[in-house]
Ligand binder design. Structure first.
Ligand code: WTA
Length: 683
């Protein structure tokens, strides 16, 4: 079944930007053989205040011949906020809806046009300017999925200020580390937020992070707080930036926040100082194409997160192009990407990609199963969403609730269904295709990474015959290869190898912020001349590429990459723990989850209470989403003679598989039986 091909729907083909494999191949060939002309032509759709001074692009992927670097359109001047707002307004699209905002609560909704969005962005950019924040400074955004987050991002972009968004599910400690590493001069947050039935006091977490920064000798002078949850649940919410508000009866809640008036400022108070026409204007700061646009932290296999740095021109060009072709964007589309803006998918396909194309999109604050498992489809029906983009985890979760939640809604507006973040199993793919898409939509399984900035392997809706579970073929400008462990390229079908890219594309990361050496080591040292994704892949007899999963010590839990080393470090902080090892374990909804083995110090026993404490350690050091599902006692760990933990074996023990394969390098075999004996029977 998984090898069955699904042809692009004929009703999409007729109007598609790319409507056949022949056209895809011809465009692809050009993008590879003459990248400069290919991207130069596309760049004409966007506004450049001045053209590149020298080479259109330049790079070195081989560290043995000098430092790694990637540059696109260096010397060209542009501004991303100008391109996503002013350019459309000048083209007569000012009154088009940029976003429909749908709150966690079914009664909460707002909408904002491109013109209104520009006004808010300029107002907030002027607020930042009042604080003396300027080009090159960094600002941390720790916010819910609300319009103010997009406004803050674009205000930064307008000024050339670099935003560093921290997903609002991260803990105070994770936020602290990211603020310190990026040296952010200000933080924008909100009082609190609802996620389904859970109330989260964001301001308290931000306060805690600011306090910890101070303890590390680093002061945050400005904390700007959006009043998202009114102190009175039945009052109107923040009355600043939106055109439509519906008062609603809400559950009672108790959100106590602390206030340091020398540092904390309400967003609406600051914005209300910018009311007259003049103060709502803010000329864009022209940035070099290679000036940083944002940084975003992603897990590193050593445990310390990496600040992935993206730049202005190339990222914008790539977000523009991938959004246009992968979702086959047309002017009358309503696009909805369910990802949180705190992850790269939200950066590229909630904010930048749709906006730079002038698309109307939905931003949703809540979760897929609140108040019911029909929420996604209710929203699709309400806004007539035509292009929908979500993660396999969400699909698997909703699948479990049954088809009627979809069937109760009119989802006939859907045309393209995207998947991202983790391998999608054929069963979930087929459900997505048949039940959500009624067999009439194109399913695009898009493979990419925080580092790649946008899609790199993906079908195109009007062109590519798809196979459930395969991310199919490279996007324009991407030259993939599959290497053996020795670094040899394998042509034709291959069972499994390392997925690498041979040539740069405009949207790829430029460095790890503050640590270029780590950038080189992580992505280029293993195979000189190639960007190494860290993923395994196979290629079938029809040249389709199938991602087989991470080949490093990372676990993909619900589409969130988690470093096992980081989870281990969190657990090992507990005084009861002598040593911890964490591995991946299959999970029917999350795809993978983490499974911890702990060696305890003398006098300790692994009680339920201790397990809860260890899970709590992970929640507070990283965030709730990283919490291990299982923790078991281990009297010892399987190690090689040189002391390296053999995780391959621990992964087997975690699933109860005793077929260990070659264990000749193991220092002490007897430990295996002992660990197995303590494996919980309930898994
Ligand atoms: C995994 C998310 C299989 C992969 C955009 C990658 C996928 C990591 C897919 C990046 C897919 C993402 N099929 N695996 N379609 N998309 N991945 O940085 O392991 O959060 O390296 O970026 O997710 O995760 P990140």
């Amino acid at each position: 079944m998984a090898n069955k091909e699904f042809l692009p729907p004929s009703h999409l083909k007729a109007s598609a930007h790319v409507s056949s494999m022949a056209q895809y191949k011809q465009m692809y060939e050009q993008s590879i053989s003459d990248p400069e002309s290919f991207w130069r032509e596309i760049a004409k759709d966007l506004h450049w205040e001045s053209q590149p001074s020298d080479k259109f692009f330049d790079y070195n992927f081989d560290h043995t011949s000098g430092p790694i670097f990637v540059k696109w359109m260096q010397g060209a001047k542009t501004n991303v906020a100008y391109n996503v707002l002013d350019r459309h307004i000048q083209n007569g699209k000012g009154d088009k809806i940029a976003f429909y905002w749908e709150g966690n609560d079914v009664m909460d909704e707002k909408k904002i046009t491109f013109s209104e969005l520009k006004t808010e962005v300029c107002r907030f950019a002027n607020v930042l300017k009042d604080f003396g924040i300027q080009k090159g400074n960094k600002v941390s955004l720790y916010m819910p999925m609300i319009l103010e987050l997009v406004i803050a991002m674009l205000a930064c972009a307008r000024l050339g200020v670099v935003h560093s968004i921290v997903f609002a599910g991260f803990s105070a400690e994770a936020l602290t580390n990211r603020i310190l590493d990026a040296k952010c001069c200000a933080i924008v947050t909100a009082d609190g937020m609802w996620r389904g039935t859970k109330l989260i006091n964001l301001k308290n977490i931000a306060d805690e992070a600011i306090k910890r920064c101070k303890e590390n000798g680093y002061n945050i002078d400005h904390c700007i707080v959006v009043r998202h949850l009114s102190p009175n649940p039945n009052e109107l919410r923040n009355g600043n930036s939106c055109t439509q508000q519906i008062p609603a009866k809400r559950p009672c809640y108790d959100l106590k926040i602390n206030w340091d008036s020398s540092r904390d400022k309400w967003w609406h108070d600051l914005m209300s100082t910018k009311t007259d026409e003049e103060s709502k204007k803010c000329p864009p700061v022209w940035c070099d194409a290679e000036d940083p646009l944002f940084m975003l932290y992603t897990s590193g296999s050593t445990g310390k997160p990496k600040g992935v740095l993206h730049t202005t021109g190339g990222y914008m060009l790539y977000a523009y192009t991938t959004f246009k072709y992968v979702f086959d964007y047309h002017d009358d589309d309503v696009f909805w990407c369910t990802a949180d803006i705190g992850w790269i998918t939200g950066h590229s396909y909630v904010c930048y990609g749709p906006l730079v194309n002038g698309s109307t999109s939905v931003i949703f604050e809540g979760v897929p199963y609140y108040p019911t498992a029909g929420r996604y489809w209710e929203i699709v029906e309400k806004y007539k969403v035509s292009k929908f983009y979500t993660a396999p985890t969400a699909i698997r979760c909703l699948m479990k609730y049954g088809d009627e939640f979809v069937n109760n809604h009119d989802v006939s507006s859907l045309k393209v269904l995207g998947s991202v973040g983790e391998p999608i199993n054929p069963e979930a793919w087929l459900w997505y295709h048949n039940v959500v898409g009624k067999g009439k939509c194109a399913v695009v399984d898009t493979f990419w990474q925080t580092e790649t900035g946008g899609h790199v392997l993906t079908p195109l809706p009007g062109a590519t015959p798809t196979k459930p579970g395969s991310a199919t073929f490279p996007f324009f400008g991407i030259r993939p290869a599959i290497l053996t462990a020795e670094g040899k390229e394998v042509k034709g079908p291959v069972e499994e190898g390392y997925l690498v890219f041979k040539q740069p594309w405009p949207g790829m990361m430029r460095t790890v912020y503050g640590n270029h050496e780590r950038f080189e080591t992580t992505y280029f040292k293993k195979f000189p001349g190639y960007y190494c994704t860290g993923d395994g892949a196979r290629r079938d007899e029809d040249d389709y590429i199938w991602i087989t999963g991470r080949i490093d010590d990372m676990v993909n839990v619900s589409g969130h990459l988690i470093s096992t080393a980081e989870v281990e470090a969190a657990i090992a902080e507990h005084s009861a723990v002598a040593e911890a090892a964490v591995v991946s374990h299959p999970h029917s909804v999350k795809g993978e989850c983490t499974y911890g083995f702990v060696i305890l110090n003398d006098g300790f026993e692994l009680t339920d209470k201790l397990i809860t404490e260890l899970k709590c350690k992970v929640r507070t050091k990283i965030g709730p989403f990283a919490q291990p599902d299982y923790i078991q006692y281990a009297p010892g760990l399987p190690k090689t003679r040189s002391g390296k933990i053999m995780r391959r074996i621990l992964r087997k023990i975690a699933v109860g598989d005793t077929d260990f394969g070659d264990i000749s390098t193991l220092a002490d075999e007897s430990v295996l039986g002992l660990i197995l004996k303590h494996r919980p029977q309930t898994i």
